[in-house]
Design a protein around this ligand. Structure first.
Ligand SMILES: [Zn+2]
Length: 305
């Protein structure tokens, strides 16, 4: 049974009318799940709030204090150039980070697997001590760190196919040999990272503007899949951003639902071989609501096999 984790509070993060990360994204996903008939075969869960202890596994203590102290009671506060806090943001971000923690626990208790977390704000740009790129807490890192700390895994993989390089996740797990981090991303492009490190636990795959599905699949098959087979991860975590979609104005890549379906099937096969099927997927980007919703449904369909 696929566990679908979200929380109404994730709607209440208001980054402003011109900001791409709108609550409509989650509404579009919810509606598409109902129209596709998938909604009735999922098990829905409400994300809990992440605890301070869980956040501290990925973030600096002084950074957490700063974010909590910055939370406005009205109006909005700019944390960096494109990361904004409204009165609803802190709760949304805490539920977004808590979603992955619950997801790991559900999988480990054999209550649900795989798990998809439909949350916002996204997380993969948030570093140990810096908010950036719409992200406050690194949701996938908090989830992966929970799996490492609570369940004693020695090999987990994080696969990030958002169009932007997952610089925050990479920084948090840099040179941590328990974690293999694989990222595909448009390059050169925000946040202009992912090409400068020679750490052995990173598989960074920069893709030029204009990359289509065929070239994307070839790059994944050449770089990600052999590295994952060698690493034999015990748990797969996915930073599932859908902003490399052809219809998403955020980027200049040209992926479609079929490419997300193909990639997800490859990852499911890998999880079945190495990870007892354990997969937790977390929404990152994806800013054209229709394309996002159809891509998430293709992704969830493939996760369910
Ligand atoms: Zn992105």
């Amino acid at each position: 049974m696929l566990g679908f984790i979200s929380h109404p509070a994730c709607h209440d993060h208001d980054a402003g009318p011109m900001h791409p990360d709108t609550p409509d994204r989650l509404d579009a996903i919810g509606n598409q799940l109902i129209m596709s008939g998938l909604d009735f075969v999922l098990r829905h869960y409400d994300a809990p709030l992440a605890t301070r202890e869980q956040l501290l596994r990925a973030h600096d203590r002084a950074y957490l204090d700063r974010i909590f102290a910055s939370a406005p009671t009205d109006g909005s506060v700019e944390i960096d150039g494109d990361t904004v806090m409204s009165p609803g943001t802190l709760a949304a971000a805490l539920h977004a980070a808590g979603a992955g923690v619950l997801g790991v626990d559900l999988i480990m208790r054999a209550e649900a697997n795989p798990v998809f977390c439909a949350v916002r704000p996204p997380g993969h740009h948030a570093t140990h001590d810096t908010a950036m790129g719409f992200c406050l807490f690194n949701n996938i890192a908090v989830a992966a760190a929970h799996a490492l700390a609570e369940y004693g895994f020695s090999r987990i993989a994080i696969l990030d196919f958002d169009v932007h390089h997952g610089n925050g996740t990479e920084e948090i797990f840099h040179s941590d040999d328990r974690v293999l981090f694989c990222s595909t991303f448009q390059h050169p492009f925000y946040p202009f990272t992912g090409h400068e490190s020679d750490a052995t636990n990173l598989v960074d795959v920069p893709l030029p503007a204009g990359t289509d599905g065929a070239a994307f699949r070839a790059a994944v098959a050449e770089h990600w899949l052999p590295a994952l087979d060698r690493f034999r991860p015990e748990f797969l975590f996915i930073s599932a951003g859908f902003d490399a979609h052809l219809l998403d104005d955020m980027s200049s890549l040209a992926l479609t639902e079929d490419d997300y379906r193909w990639l997800t099937r490859e990852l499911v096969a890998l999880a079945n071989t190495h990870s007892s099927g354990r997969i937790l997927s977390m929404l990152e980007g994806g800013y054209e609501p229709g394309a996002l919703a159809r891509s998430v449904v293709a992704h969830i369909n493939a996760l369910m096999g």
